[in-house]
Design a protein around this ligand. Structure first.
Ligand SMILES: [Zn+2]
Length: 359
């Protein structure tokens, strides 16, 4: 099912409502009820506009990771700085890939594959939502990238290769005949079917002249994304991802001796020094001390990691209900008792972020 609407053109309040509606509608009309039951969902956006609304909706949670590849700089909606990385519990769970005019297939994939490969390895989502906005194609009326349909579809092919449940959404696209070409081809990629380039006769055949082919050649526009710039963006984002080593799917270290833990506890009163008090953006602070965790937390998370590994190791059962995972955390307690404080915490985080931004 293709759901087509450019999320970029809705303000953040409407977007939250809109995204919920999309997912509800898709789940209602399909067999994707398991989407509500996965532990972690990855949202990837290859529309030329920044996926601002979806990012904002999940900015403070670590259950949904958002990754947006977009034109950045003097371009609607103006958000999506590489330094915007998430907030609170969601820190490092938002990734932004700012690009410039004329990016071609090779440059795009030199970022997309290493970054998304790392995201899949570290975050290990139970389901992936890929927003396939076609305004990042060459020749789009509003866009300024230079991707071919095959280059665009390579993102679908790559995300599909992980064999994780994948929901494809439409998005923007303003040269309509190319939008139809793109999503037709991407449907074939999703189904693993090869299509002839020569277009068969159909009701709208005349719109696809003079070549009447599925694919169109990209233009000779200048690629303003230098190799050096691409290398810098890739290095920065891979570095951000390396800070997520404590995601539940990654084994935790052995518990240190009690004496060491006691010493560490003395530091507990200090706030997390990685936070810039005036910004939700990342600060360059590798030299600063990081917050330490109490032994109880380490132990509890260790148990979580073990139980989650069990789920993953059992043939990567992506349909394991969230309720079941939650119950494994607190034996004998109903899952809602676990969920409610989490929801409350996320609501508090959102409020804190909102207050923070309005200051
Ligand atoms: Zn768009």
């Amino acid at each position: 099912m293709w759901v087509t609407r450019d999320i970029a053109f809705y303000n953040s309040v409407n977007v939250n409502f809109f995204v919920s509606n999309i997912l509800s509608e898709v789940v209602y009309h399909s067999n994707l009820h398991s989407l509500y039951h996965v532990q972690r969902v990855l949202y990837v956006d290859i529309d030329i506009h920044h996926g601002d609304g979806v990012e904002e909706a999940f900015y403070t949670t670590d259950r949904v990771m958002t990754v947006s590849f977009h034109k950045f700089g003097d371009y609607f909606p103006g958000t999506g700085d590489i330094r915007d990385i998430g907030y609170g519990k969601g820190k490092y769970y938002s990734l932004n890939v700012p690009l410039d005019d004329g990016i071609d297939d090779e440059s795009y994939q030199s970022l997309f594959k290493p970054i998304m490969g790392k995201v899949m390895e570290i975050f290990r989502p139970g389901a992936v939502v890929l927003q396939c906005g076609a305004d990042s194609l060459s020749g789009d009326r509003l866009g300024c990238f230079n991707l071919s349909i095959k280059g665009h579809a390579e993102c679908v092919r790559y995300m599909r290769s992980f064999n994780v449940p994948l929901l494809l959404l439409g998005g923007g696209g303003y040269t309509i005949r190319n939008v139809a070409r793109c999503w037709c081809y991407e449907t074939s990629v999703a189904l693993g079917i090869e299509l002839d380039d020569k277009m068969p006769q159909h009701e709208y055949y005349e719109y696809f002249g003079p070549d009447y082919t599925l694919h169109v050649a990209p233009s000779n526009m200048e690629n303003k994304n230098s190799r050096h710039l691409l290398d810098e963006i890739r290095a920065k984002l891979l570095d951000n991802l390396s800070r997520l080593q404590h995601a539940p799917s990654v084994p935790f270290q052995e518990r240190p001796p009690d004496a060491e833990l006691h010493e560490r506890d003395e530091d507990q009163d200090g706030r997390d020094e990685r936070w810039d008090p005036d910004s939700d953006r990342e600060v360059d602070d590798d030299s600063k001390p990081r917050r330490r965790v109490k032994s109880e937390c380490v132990e509890a998370e260790h148990k979580d990691a073990e139980s989650y590994h069990k789920h993953l190791d059992c043939g990567r059962d992506f349909h394991t209900p969230f309720k079941e995972i939650a119950c494994s955390k607190v034996s004998g307690v109903d899952s809602m008792a676990v969920d409610e404080p989490c929801i409350k915490e996320e609501q508090d985080n959102l409020k804190e972020l909102s207050d923070h931004r309005s200051r």
